[in-house]
Design a protein around this ligand. Structure first.
Ligand SMILES: *[C@@H]1O[C@H](CO)[C@@H](O)[C@H](O)[C@H]1NC(C)=O
Ligand SMILES: *[C@@H]1O[C@H](CO)[C@@H](O)[C@H](O)[C@H]1NC(C)=O
Length: 499
């Protein structure tokens, strides 16, 4: 018996050690593979081009790497044609070919812009075209945008100008170029100056029954939904500007499949516009830039600055409560009153003399005040639970702002304690960061690398793969070569299925 027990325990021991040896060997094997893969610099197995559609994946290799150093010997199933020469051929012939294969497309967004009649864009600015002209010759004269507070929503103007400019500007530093063949475009741009149309043409002029703004929107819907570009994608690859929260109110329920460029989602039901498909663009700031700002922590006597209107709607209540919480604090400026009339200079000086600038949700979650604070290098304190911020997929706002939940902000002393606790070093870091990132909020002509216009194009470019996915999925069941889809204008998805 003793012998037998011994034998079985020996068996157990040897089985255990065998298993142990196996485990160690297997681990070493996996590790060595891992290091081999890393040392060849290949991101994944897919690049081993053993897949028949190797040309598709080859662009992963050529993208972002120096083309000269990119001579990788690869096995390819199509008649021994080397993957690289095939890609090279595509690049050389530059006919577009299969869109997946063009390596350069990743860097510059190709934008097709409809030649909408001038009444939709520069005509609204009083520009009168010579016969047959659609666009002003911007090399000789650029029609100016409307002044004053119109400017805060002038995004439409700067983006359209940038596309026109892209035809004769150097490609360096640009994120989008205009193409004239819509089949070769990544997205389709609709150059309707909708914010201007709302601001200037919302009044009904007596003989007419509805405003010019309303009529233009109706005509635009008819125009767009009959274009082959719209029908082809059901509008999904179309970019439509509606930066003023009240612009496009009539058309948006019919054109919701597109990608909107908005100030916020405050007045949109989530099935019409949401952060997954649409883009938040900054307001154009209305105070001047603070060039050569050397005003450190101690040069800004006001701790916290707020100047704004009391709104009766949603946000107004919070503003009033905050007013009673903060009005008696020393070194806090909290005053009501519109910035509009002559108050701009005062607002600018106030922000420049303050360490922190308060941004409270108004009747919409966003306002141009945030961008005025940024260019004044006044650290924004944001109390707006539903705010969506421009470029937040690439920018960490907590590096240069302070966020406070509304429910916390309404607690006695909460705001004051929190910001008095922020140290000089911490504040200075945020101030420095503001000076680095303020260029992302600059609209100008000509647009410069990394300014607001280029940042918006880049944000659009980041949405393109998702748009393409949606378009391709929608084509799954289009049979017999007909790519036409039913145009679903007017039918709004239920809130449940927009995700
Ligand atoms: C537009 O591009 C497509 C795809 O590259 C091409 O087939 C077509 O011929 C082009 N059309 C014109 C007018 O150049
Ligand atoms: C501020 O700092 C004090 C002392 O360090 C601390 O007791 C207090 O909780 C802090 N307040 C906030 C709002 O963080």
């Amino acid at each position: 018996m003793a012998h037998e027990r011994n034998a079985s325990s020996v068996g157990r021991v040897s089985r255990a050690s065998f298993f142990c040896l196996f485990a160690v060997t297997f681990t070493l094997f996996v590790l060595s593979w891992f290091f081999v893969l890393r040392s060849t610099g290949r991101p994944s197995f897919l690049d081993y081009s053993l897949i028949p559609s190797s040309r598709l994946f080859s662009t992963v290799e050529s993208k972002g790497t120096d083309q000269g150093s990119n001579k990788v010997e690869t096995f390819s199933w199509d008649q021994g044609v080397s993957v690289d020469s095939a890609a090279e051929e595509d690049r050389r012939s530059n006919t577009g070919g299969d869109k997946c294969e063009d390596a350069s497309r990743a860097s510059v967004l190709r934008v097709y812009m409809y030649d909408l009649p001038p009444e939709y864009h520069f005509g609204l600015l009083g520009w009168t075209p010579k016969s047959g002209e659609i666009w002003p010759d911007i090399q000789s004269h650029i029609p100016g945008y409307a002044g004053g507070l119109n400017l805060q929503h002038s995004i439409e103007y700067w983006m359209t100008l940038d596309l026109l400019y892209s035809e004769f500007a150097p490609v360096d530093g640009r994120s989008a170029v205009r193409v004239h063949n819509s089949s070769e475009a990544d997205i389709i741009f609709v150059p309707f100056f909708s914010s201007l149309s709302y601001n200037r043409y919302s009044k009904v002029e007596p003989p007419e029954k509805s405003s010019k703004n309303k009529l233009l929107q109706e005509k635009l819907v008819c125009y767009l939904t009959s274009q082959k570009e719209w029908i082809r994608s059901n509008g999904r690859d179309h970019v439509i500007l509606a930066h003023h929260p009240n612009s496009m109110v009539d058309a948006r329920t019919k054109l919701w499949t597109c990608m909107f460029i908005l100030a916020d989602f405050g007045r949109y039901p989530p099935n019409i516009a949401n952060i997954n498909k649409d883009i938040i663009a900054p307001y154009k700031h209305v105070v001047q830039n603070f060039d050569n700002d050397l005003s450190g922590f101690d040069d800004r006597p006001t701790l916290l600055y707020f100047q704004g209107a009391i709104y009766r709607k949603d946000g107004g209540l919070v503003r009033q409560e905050l007013y009673y919480l903060l009005k008696d604090e020393k070194d806090i400026h909290f005053a009501f009153g519109s910035v509009q009339k002559g108050g701009l200079k005062q607002a600018m000086n106030g922000m420049r003399a303050s360490k922190f600038c308060l941004n409270i949700a108004g009747d919409t979650p966003s306002s141009n005040r945030l961008f005025d604070a940024i260019v004044s290098h006044c650290v924004p304190v944001i109390i707006s639970d539903d705010i969506e911020l421009p470029f937040e997929d690439v920018l960490d706002y907590s590096e240069f702002s302070v966020f406070i939940r509304t429910s916390d902000a309404l607690k006695e002393k909460f705001i004051v304690n929190l910001i008095r606790n922020i140290t000089r070093d911490e504040w200075t870091r945020k101030w420095q960061r503001l000076k680095e990132i303020e260029r992302f909020y600059e609209y100008q002509y000509p647009s410069k690398e990394g300014d607001a216009v280029q940042m918006i194009w880049q944000a659009v470019a980041r949405k393109v793969p998702a748009v393409r996915l949606k378009i391709n999925r929608a084509r799954r069941f289009s049979r017999f070569g007909t790519r036409r889809e039913k145009v679903v204008t007017g039918r709004i998805p239920s809130p449940g299925n927009f995700r």
